[in-house]
Ligand binder design. Structure first.
Ligand code: NAI
Ligand code: MG
Length: 349
């Protein structure tokens, strides 16, 4: 009986998580999943009232759950970055969620931004390293605000960190019968990405059944647009993953459909829509809940129920076919109506 900590967060985070919970509750009842939910109020309100981001007592409680289901954080009343660093990054680091899993899957041809590339071509997964690289926060500034100023931002690649993410990617490719592509810049970042390339070559020997190839990051952006069908699983470092997953979000039809998992199979993993708290539309009931619902589906897959995750995705596909959508995707339904329609479709199937 998986237990899920629910952190709706701020703005539309709350609105879209409600719809995700609607779907999870329905699936839980229908398939006897015995899901247990507990909600935690984390975000701008708590910060503005008590000056607290994520108290240690809550962090300790979160350790006892099987997964975290998160909306989004961010609020115009709080300086940029405070909530994002103090909550999102804090959770990712506390639980050492070293995998950022980002399915790039187009669900309907009419949302493809590419001519002649549709649901059969745009269907792959990016596995981004989530704890090291250029985003590790190591560096410094010398002679600040002078003509001689020096700024250094260091790119961290540890053998342990590189090996665990590449191994995760090989396992993922093996379990999904896919090819694994390494995306790096080892021709220029010879030390850091030299290590990535060597580890990739070493692990290849352990996974003879997994087909592999290798692209430099600049070349991969061209391939993602020109021939997205050649990819199944791409493994890459933190910064390149940040960039190519945004390109991927557009390929799959925009932020409204982009979901992600922050995973460490040995601690607590966290599932969330990729979009933020969207203060410009918060409270209006018009946010698109599909990314949050897809994040819930990813969570079920993580719990070993790929079959149910596929059912949810299938229902979303039907809702797109029938234009049962929010305004941003060209429909005229409210956030909660979109969720209701998906439940209706799931009831039929
Ligand atoms: P955003 O993703 O919140 O919004 C960008 C644009 O997309 C806005 O016009 C918004 O209305 C629209 N949008 C986003 N999600 C939507 C949805 N589900 N349905 C319909 N329209 C949607 O990014 P923005 O505006 O840069 O950031 C707003 C706040 O969210 C900031 O405080 C930012 O730091 C935070 N943020 C939090 C993230 C997280 O919690 N994972 C990720 C990105 C931003
Ligand atoms: Mg990004």
């Amino acid at each position: 009986m998986p237990s899920i900590a629910v952190l709706p967060g701020d703005g539309i985070g709350k609105e879209v998580i409600n719809e995700g919970l609607k779907i999870l509750n329905f699936m839980g009842d229908r398939y006897n999943l015995n899901l247990k939910f507990e909600e935690f109020d984390i975000g701008a309100e708590r910060f503005l009232k008590y000056g607290e981001l994520i108290p240690d007592s809550i962090l300790k409680r979160l350790e006892t759950f099987d997964a975290i289901y998160l909306g989004a954080v961010g609020d115009p009343r709080v300086p940029a970055g405070v909530l994002e660093h103090g909550i999102l990054l804090k959770l990712r680091f506390h639980f050492d969620q070293y995998v950022n899993l980002r399915p790039i899957k187009l669900l309907n041809d009419r949302f493809s931004p590419l001519k002649k590339k549709g649901v059969n071509e745009i269907n792959f997964t990016v596995i981004r390293e989530n704890t090291e690289g250029l985003y590790a926060g190591i560096g410094g500034i010398l002679k600040k605000d002078t003509k001689d100023e020096v700024a250094i931002q260091e790119m961290i690649s540890t053998r342990k960190g590189v090996e665990r993410i590449i191994r995760y990617a090989f396992e993922y490719a093996k379990n999904n019968n896919g090819k694994l592509t390494l995306c790096d810049k080892s021709n220029v970042l010879t030390y850091s990405h030299g290590l990535w390339l060597r580890v990739f070559e070493e692990l290849k020997k352990e996974y003879p059944e997994v087909q592999t190839d290798h692209y430099y990051v600049d070349a991969i952006t061209m391939k993602m647009v020109r021939n997205p069908e050649i990819f199944d699983v791409i493994v890459t470092c933190n910064m390149f993953g940040d960039i190519i997953t945004d390109l991927g979000a557009e390929l799959q039809g925009g932020m409204g459909l982009a979901a992600s998992g922050n995973i460490n199979p040995n601690t607590v993993s966290m599932f969330e829509p990729v979009h933020g708290s969207a203060p410009d539309i918060a409270g209006k009931g018009i946010a698109n809940p599909l990314a949050a619902i897809l994040a819930a589906a990813m969570m079920l897959e993580y719990f070993g129920r790929k079959d149910l995750s596929e059912k949810i995705e299938g229902a979303i596909k039907i809702s797109i076919d029938e234009n049962l959508l929010s305004k941003d995707m060209g429909g005229n339904l409210s956030t909660s109506e979109v969720g209701d329609e998906i439940v209706k479709i799931l009831k039929r199937g």
